[in-house]
Design a protein around this ligand. Structure first.
Ligand SMILES: [Zn+2]
Ligand SMILES: [Zn+2]
Length: 58
């Protein structure tokens, strides 16, 4: 399966170029927030709870 680049749903840029204010789409925490497959940012706890992956884990 080809690896595709995750892009921010708001600015359509990859995580390292995204300058949006980053907070978890579920709980609004900004702790360990990372971009996931669906183009939204989630905190560490929510990513673990929902099994969302970051770019490197995909
Ligand atoms: Zn962005
Ligand atoms: Zn969260």
């Amino acid at each position: 399966m080809a690896k595709r680049e995750f892009k921010c749903i708001v600015c359509e840029k990859p995580e390292d170029q995204c300058t949006c204010q980053k907070f978890c789409a579920l709980c609004y925490s900004d702790y360990r927030v990372r971009l996931t497959e669906d183009g939204q940012f989630y905190c560490g706890d929510c990513r673990e709870a929902c099994d969302y992956r970051t770019q490197e884990q995909a």
